[in-house]
Design a protein around this ligand. Structure first.
Ligand SMILES: [Zn+2]
Length: 204
């Protein structure tokens, strides 16, 4: 929001947004979004790839030569909002573009980088996949300072995440379907225990 907007104007905008249908809201957001305007061609860009669903453009403030922004044509704020089957397509495109860009510009590597949220370095309200060609000793600051992990902290984070993700399987052949492992019955647990004990006895 620009700084010169009065509190009354903010209130008026908020009121307007509240009364909009989902379709109206979508088109309002798209009108405000720089990357929606780039993808519709209202704002010119150096487009290096386009298909029905995505475009890839050169970043005008590149981290390195060939820094490319791959964006869905439809407005999504973060990658997490993109449907699975569409996300699959986007990453296939990112993978192919990365190879071609690196080879063409004779880079020795490249990063495929996603920032979700301002704290992660996202500075536009539209989901973007960055493809950044890399070379030895370039000055692209994408590395973090690794430090020795605290064992207790690692354990507590592990417990937290492992219990949350326990039983979650995302099937490869059905990417949209998320299923949960069925709990072992008491009978199955008993059989499993006996099997383990027998195996242990076999060990000399
Ligand atoms: Zn947008």
């Amino acid at each position: 929001m620009p700084k010169n907007v009065s509190p009354e104007q903010v209130k008026e905008i908020q009121e307007k947004l509240k009364n909009m249908s989902p379709e109206e809201l979508k088109s309002f957001v798209a009108q405000q979004c720089l990357f929606c305007q780039i993808s519709s061609g209202k704002i010119p860009s150096r487009k290096i790839y386009e298909d029905d669903d995505v475009i890839a453009i050169l970043d005008i403030n590149p981290a390195a030569d060939g820094h490319t922004l791959l964006i869905p044509k439809e407005h999504y704020q973060i990658i997490g909002q993109i449907p699975d089957d569409f996300l699959g397509h986007i990453f296939v495109v990112a993978n192919k573009l990365g190879l071609v860009i690196a080879e063409t510009l004779q880079a020795t590597g490249y990063n495929v980088f996603v920032a979700n949220g301002a704290s992660a370095g996202q500075n536009a309200p539209h989901a973007i996949i960055h493809i950044i060609p890399r070379n030895e000793n370039d000055d692209v600051g994408l590395m973090w300072q690794a430090h020795k992990g605290d064992e207790q902290k690692l354990d507590s984070v592990f417990d937290n995440l492992a219990s949350k993700l326990k039983g979650l399987i995302i099937k490869k052949e059905q990417p949209k379907q998320i299923v949960y492992r069925k709990e072992e019955s008491k009978e199955e647990k008993k059989v499993e225990k006996k099997k383990r004990e027998t195996e242990r006895k076999r060990i000399p």
